[in-house]
Design a binder for this molecule. Sequence first.
Ligand code: SAM
Length: 307
Amino acid sequence: MRTDDDSWDITESVGATALGVAAIRAYESGQEDALFQDPYAAKLVSAVGSDGWNNLMSGMRNLGDSEQGDDTDLRGWSMGSVLIARTVYFDEYFAAAVRAGIRQIVILAAGLDARAYRLEWPSGTRIFELDQPKVLAFKARALADDEPAADRREVAVDLRQDWPKALLDKGFEPGEPTAWLAEGLLRYLPGHAQDKLLEQVAELSAPGSRIALNLGTDKDMADQFRERRAKVMADAGVKIDLENLFYPWEDRKDPRTWFAMHQWLVTEGDPVAVLEDRGRTVPETAKAGMGHHILMTALRPRGDDTL
Ligand code: SAM
């Protein structure tokens, strides 16, 4: 049961969802035809020392059921493929932001995101990672021997509280353009908290700033997708009840509309196209579930900016 001021460690409640996405990144990184390499993901998941998360990370062959047909690995599962696609999409988003000269990065709900360590950043890049204190503390312990590739600053804060102040206190420069990321965050916020967070982001965004985010809509989603999600977790031996961690999709504004109404230039991504454009065959059954997932970027224009 969620409450307005709940908090968690990495293995608890919403914290454990960060382990889930890191496990999928670890799995993909271990495949011969991987679309990205995140060597930190396996290290972070292993640091928990739990059979369930290790099972998920190893790919859990023989998941077979109706959603994936003959394709019995995590890529045949719509959520697995969405997580892989969005990693690629957001990696490329940051590469484009850096090419455009942005040197200030804010990762909201960073969880076990290791982009500060694994991507190339120009010198002078500052990366702020925001998440709950215990989640960031776990990550700091697990990566204590690793050097980030940028000036990485932790901001231990709840994103339903006064996080702008905490960010400013860590040296965020509101006059500089920023590349924001909200990956795997919005459904863990009540609708009113999402709207407030987007308003706060916009207030702190100098012209030229960008944001990338994803959001699972589950609009008209067949029960089979929810059941599938629960089954994959249960088969791995992972105890997590995603349905009760999410706040309803219906209570929030669609962020595509929200940013367009605030005069940002919105560009939508398509998780299936992200994979197919890179030569990956996506099973039809996984495609249906992936269609429920919004990927988008938005740019606060300086004048004649286009994305
Ligand atoms: N962005 C990371 C990624 O994609 O790997 C982590 C995504 S994970 C699904 C969700 C993350 O959101 C967790 O790390 C959780 O702690 C964080 N989170 C959710 N609600 C939060 C809140 N109110 N304040 C701070 N962090 C929050």
